[in-house]
Structure formats: C-alpha cells, structure tokens
Design a protein around this ligand. Structure first.
Ligand SMILES: Cc1ncc(COP(=O)(O)O)c(C=O)c1O
Length: 457
C-alpha cells in the first residue's frame, strides 16, 4: 500500500471534465420551484428574466448525470485547480486519535474560497449569452470577490450588494473587489426600492444575505443586458461545486482511501453539496454507508431548528418559492461573525437529503468554532475562514470520539477558505471579547411568521 503523502495533488490531465448532477441519482427529487404569483411550478420562462439561459437549463436539469465543463472554464480552473486533498497528520498527532483526517483545501486562490468554482462558470455563461453586466450579493465577501475575479477575466461589469455588517468589518474585502473592477454597495442601501423598504422598517439593521439578494435582483431585472447570479443555494451552483467532490473521489480512489464520515459547513449548502456529490451518489446506490454531516452556526440554524417549507430566497420576497429548510425569509441573524453561513434557507437538494435521512446536522456557537479554528491554524498552518472552521470543529469532535472508542475512522472535511479577511473576528476572539448568540424559540418564531401562507403540495 502506497504511503499517503501530506498533500495529494492530481495532475491537470486528471481534473474532471464533467460536473456531476446529483439529482439524476436521487430516488426522490426536491420539489421544483413554485411561482408565488400562480402557485404553479416555475417554468423555464419564469426564470429567464432573472438568470442566464444556460444556468436556467442546468437549474432545471434533473436527468443528465454528467454535464460537460466547457474547455474555457476548465482552463480558468487550471489557474488554481486541482486543489490538494491534505492528510492532517499534524492534527491527528495533536489529538492523539486513531482516526485518519483529510481535508480538501479550496482556499488557495486569490478570492480565498471554493466560490470561484461557480463564479468562473457563471461569468463564462453570461459572456457567452452576450450580456454586459451582472449583479449579485455577498455576505462574508468571499462570493463577491470570486465573482469580481471572474467578471474581470470575462470583461463583464459587476455590482455587488454586500451585507452592511460585513462591509464594515471587512474594508479590505471591498478593496479587493474594487481592484478587480466591481462596484460594491453596502446593503440595505437607498439605491433600490427593496433596500429603502427594509431600511424604513429597520433603520439600524446590519443587513442580511436575504436583503442583499432582493436588491441585486431588482437591479438585474430593471437593467438592460444584465442578469443576476447567486453564489449558493441553487442547484446549478451545487453542480459547479461538484468539482470539489469529484477531485476528492479521484484522490481517494488513487490511494484506496475509504471515508466513513464526510463533513462540510453549510451556509446555502453549495460546498457541502459539491464535496459529497459523488460519494452520496454511491450511498444512494447502496455502495457505501458514509455518515454525511452538515455543520451550521447555532446563531442561524436553518437545518437543525428550521422548518421544511416553501419559502422565498430573499427578504424582499421576490424570488420563486423554494422547498427548503428555512428560518423564514424575514429572519434577521445576529450580526456575528458566522459570515457566509448567515442565510435563512438551505440548498433544496441538501434540504431534501437531510429530510430523507441521508445527512445529519450539527450546530456550534462561534466561540466553539474559533477555538477549533485557532487550534487548527497552530498545528496545520492554514488560517481557516470562520465558515470552514465549523467543519473543522465537527471533524475534531469526531476524531476525539474515535480516541474514546478506539475506532480508526476515516474523516474527510471541506476546508472551504482562508480567514485572512476575518481578522476582526479573530481579534475579538483573541481578546476574549467574542459573544455567542443562540436564538430563543420566540426569536425563531418571528422568522417563521414570515413564511408564505401557501398550500404545501
Ligand atoms: C469560506 C466559505 N465557506 C463556506 C461558505 C458557505 O457557503 P456554501 O454553504 O454555499 O458553501 C461561505 C459563504 O460565503 C464561505 O465564504
């Protein structure tokens, strides 16, 4: 048996040429989007005013197992892929665990996270369609940065609505996006009807992804040659992220690594969906019995305390209705540092798999998460994004459980990004100033009260 290196790198030739569409493998599909106006399932025509054509087709494609990655996108990917699958030998030693721990590291590109995998694809399809500009939202700033890079490459104008609290905490993120040519607007803003409405109702709000989405969609549908793109939640975003799981699977097969547990942090669910895709496809076929774990912040617990219901994807209630685990589109998360995990909903595919028992959920407070982030940074060298550190926390807990039981499980987790722009949060943690907020049932009820009153099919 070959010794497993610290880092398994694939060659460029080994990089997948197709994305994997997990829905083609699911025994039961997630419910299609519902048009809130008619109560009917959304058609292609309903989605085209907002999204690029090819992305709408990918969104609605439930049958093709593989979708070719155009050569142009593969060449873009080669700027920073394949990404390494790292054996966490140092962490294993520190924890004194019999478990084998691996992480797929997506943080080694300039944008700093996995988000570039979908940004590259979405900008490519926009350009191919002849569009001249795009709008989007960003929470922690990772998605906005990734899309800024992709739009610079494809010469597209970009407006980024950035959640206000993040924009204030991370001025350097904004500067990177502007360096790549994007226009960055703090959300809620007075530049849109949706933003003005949210500000009138809640003038001191720190904003949320839901608000920022409403603003970005409004600008896209009222501007010529412009569409809206989203960095998570939607099926086509998860599809693009399957490159993470496909590369991981090739690396595992090369070294006969058989995961028992696969862990990912879950904001809108895209990295988790991408990481697990090929492994989940096999699990559905009865070929493995992997324990899949989704990790979320205790402050925004859409899977672990949310409702499985039809809901809007945005606070302004302009999107189609999505059947997903949700805290309600009116849920306002506390302005803490869980950054990109502060979204009220969840990928409909992840939601369905969770509902059907294929995935379990865990949640942690941010103090717990930063404790693990710091431990990981000190022993493995990489300074993780707070989002990614949710998965680190769960992996460490699983490895310590192995130490207790003596089991030699193989654990893989997604290390989705770096934390260089999260130093305000690290500074708070280091100074002992970090506060934890766990919503009460009454707090959550306020969000559930905003769920649309629509007959569930
Ligand atoms: C580094 C990082 N990891 C994870 C996420 C969560 O997103 P998703 O659940 O779509 O992967 C984000 C979102 O901003 C992020 O920036």
């Amino acid at each position: 048996m070959a010794t497993i290196p610290y880092k398994i790198y694939l060659s460029e030739e080994e990089m997948p040429k197709h994305w994997l569409n997990l829905r083609s493998k699911m025994k039961e599909l997630p419910e299609p989007f519902v048009n809130p106006g008619t109560g009917e399932y959304c058609t292609r025509e309903d989605l085209l005013p907002v999204f690029c054509e090819e992305l709408v087709d990918q969104e609605l494609n439930t049958t093709d197992e593989f979708i070719e990655i155009p050569e142009d996108i593969r060449n873009f990917y080669k700027m920073y892929r394949p990404s390494p699958l790292v054996r966490a030998y140092c962490l294993e030693k520190l924890l004194d665990t019999p478990a084998e721990i691996y992480y797929k590291y997506e943080g080694s590109n300039t944008s700093g996270s996995h988000k570039l995998n979908s940004a590259a694809a979405q900008a490519y399809y926009a350009k191919k369609q002849g569009l001249t500009s795009l709008t989007t939202e960003t929470g922690a700033g990772q998605w906005g940065t990734a899309l800024s890079m992709a739009c610079a490459y494809y010469n597209l104008d970009l407006s980024v609505y950035m959640v206000k609290v993040s924009a204030e905490q991370k001025p350097h993120r904004r500067a990177v996006m502007e360096t790549y040519g994007a226009k960055v607007i703090s959300s809620p803003s007075d530049t849109t009807v949706a933003g003005r409405k949210i500000l009138a109702a809640n003038p001191d709000t720190g904003g949320s992804l839901g608000c920022a989405i409403s603003e970005a969609i409004e600008v896209a549908v009222t501007s010529d040659n412009c569409k809206y793109v989203l960095g998570s939640v939607l099926n086509h975003v998860g599809l693009h992220q399957s490159i993470i799981g496909l590369e991981t699977k090739i690396a595992c097969d090369k070294y006969d690594i058989k995961p028992d547990i696969i862990i990912g942090c879950a904001g809108g669910g895209s990295n988790l969906l991408g990481l697990i895709a090929p492994f989940m496809a096999e699990r559905i076929e009865g070929k493995n019995n992997i324990d899949f774990v989704a990790v979320e912040p205790a402050s925004c617990p859409s899977l672990t305390r949310g409702r499985y219901a039809l809901d809007f994807g945005d606070t302004g209630q302009t999107t189609p209705l999505i059947k997903m685990y949700t805290l309600g589109s009116g849920f306002m998360p506390a302005p803490n540092h869980a950054g990109g995990l502060r979204y009220h909903g969840m990928s409909p595919i992840i939601s369905k798999l969770y509902h059907d028992g294929y995935i379990r959920g865990k949640s942690y407070t941010q103090s717990e998460v930063f404790e693990s982030a710091t431990q990981f940074a000190r022993i493995e060298g990489i300074l993780p994004a707070p989002e990614s550190a949710h998965a680190i926390r769960a992996a460490i807990e699983e490895a310590l459980a192995c130490k207790e039981s003596g089991e030699k499980k193989t654990i893989i987790f997604g290390l989705t990004g770096t934390g260089y722009f999260d130093m305000t949060a690290y500074m708070n943690y280091n100074a002992g100033n970090m506060t934890d907020y766990i919503p009460t049932d009454e707090d959550l009820q306020k969000g559930f009260d905003t769920l649309p009153q629509i007959e569930q099919k």
